[in-house]
Design a protein around this ligand. Structure first.
Ligand code: PHB
Length: 403
């Protein structure tokens, strides 16, 4: 990389690498407090908008988006869900969140959250560079970190900042900047993946259906009245090309079938993807003048619908800490970030891996494993404490608990 060939230099308090919901929400929160942040992303806006991600917001996340002026569409177009259905042994069991813990969730896809935040940045005059390449994050252990990149038009840019935030997703380059001997990575792979589809069909159920069956897990979610999102457990090496529509529907129908005669409405499959997942945390979440947020620092399997909520919780804490650091408190307050973010992260790690194991059948599971698992499902739906546990974890924890 040519070091002297920079066409444009910008100086701002905060540079953010990654224009997903975490990066954009951070810039939005800082912007509301009068602090400018420039956000960069290697992907184009179109690319981010057309990548399917999960779709569940905790009530607290939805409230934060609404209260900061980026949630109007959630209230207009999102769907408030007061519970979920767990199916196993061919029977439906409703977990009534509202009744159990007084909370609900919102079905509102992550891509829509992204669109709302990107529109808000444009409306508020925030700078976001999409489609960049040759990103370099420099000098993070000094008080003058820099981000250099090539814009789509070929111009070389440099952002000089006081702080850099790595919100660059599960394949983060920023997290690599924490030296190997100073970082710890905790992780766990799963011996299964999700086969995700988008289908043009009417909704089959009013709320999400999480189904355990002899054939493996399935999840019935939705996108719009006419387009549905569904997943089923598959081998991580499965190839979407081997799955004609008929085979997909046969698989999904078998996994949700039951004595109540429940059947999915079928239709043309618009998209097929195999989604691998893992549980992952990197500590520390801050290194010098750089902080990591969202998937860059931690990922969870999608079963508990925690990922986006955790990322937005990170940046809520981070915005608070950065604003205080920038208004005179200095670097010392940055030490608050990791403990305040991580408590929720590890709670979510536990819940996500618990719910994943609760509902998936591992290859090689013995008949004992399988019966024990059904016993656990029975304990969850058959006791008030079990239902309340699931409800409380799935809907998130009240703000301030954990802190
Ligand atoms: C989705 O709608 O894509 C979705 C919902 C709940 C999950 C995961 C994904 O747990």
């Amino acid at each position: 990389m040519k070091d002297n060939a920079v066409d444009t230099v910008a100086s701002v308090p905060v540079a953010v690498v990654g224009a997903g919901p975490a990066g954009l929400m951070l810039a939005h929160l800082l912007g509301r407090a009068g602090v400018e942040a420039i956000v960069v992303d290697t992907r184009s806006r179109r690319e981010i908008e057309s990548t399917q991600r999960a779709g569940i917001l905790e009530a607290g996340t939805a409230r934060d988006l609404v209260e900061t002026g980026v949630g109007d569409r959630i209230l207009r177009e999102g769907h408030e869900h007061e519970g979920i259905e767990l199916r196993f042994g061919g029977r439906p069991h409703r977990i009534h969140f509202k009744e159990l813990v007084g909370a609900s969730t919102w079905l509102y896809p992550q891509t829509e959250v992204f669109i709302d935040l990107a529109d808000a940045r444009a409306r508020d005059g925030g700078t976001v560079h999409f489609g960049i390449r040759d990103t370099e994050v420099l000098d993070v252990t000094t008080r003058a970190p820099r981000v250099r990149f090539t814009a789509p038009d070929g111009a070389r840019h440099e952002i000089r900042a006081r702080y850099v935030v790595g919100a660059d997703g599960s394949r983060s380059m920023c997290r690599e900047l924490v030296p190997q001997e100073r970082r710890v990575r905790y992780g766990k792979d799963y011996p299964y993946a999700w086969f995700g589809i988008l289908a043009e069909a009417p909704a089959s159920a009013p709320e999400l259906v999480y189904a355990d069956s002899e054939h493996g897990f399935a999840l019935i979610s939705r996108r719009t009245d006419a387009v549905q999102r569904m997943y089923f457990q598959c081998d991580p090496h499965e190839s979407p090309g081997d799955w004609p529509d008929d085979r997909i529907w046969e698989t999904l129908q078998a996994r949700v079938a039951g004595e109540d005669g429940f059947r999915l409405h079928e239709g043309p499959v618009l998209e097929k993807t195999v989604l691998r997942f893992r549980s992952f945390v990197q500590e520390p979440m801050r290194w010098g003048s750089m902080a990591l947020a969202g998937d860059a620092a931690h990922t969870v399997p999608p079963t508990g619908a925690r990922g986006l909520n955790l990322a937005l919780h990170d940046v809520k804490v981070l915005a608070d800490v950065l604003l205080r650091a920038l208004s005179g408190a200095g670097d010392a307050v940055l030490d608050e970030y990791q403990p305040r973010a991580l408590q929720r992260v590890w709670r979510a790690q536990n819940f996500s891996s618990w719910m994943t194991r609760l509902l998936h059948t591992a290859p090689g599971a013995t008949p004992f494993d399988r019966r024990r698992q059904l016993g656990e499902l029975d304990n969850v739906v058959g006791t008030r404490a079990g239902r309340a546990y699931l409800a409380e974890q799935y809907t998130g924890w009240p703000s301030g608990s954990p802190a």
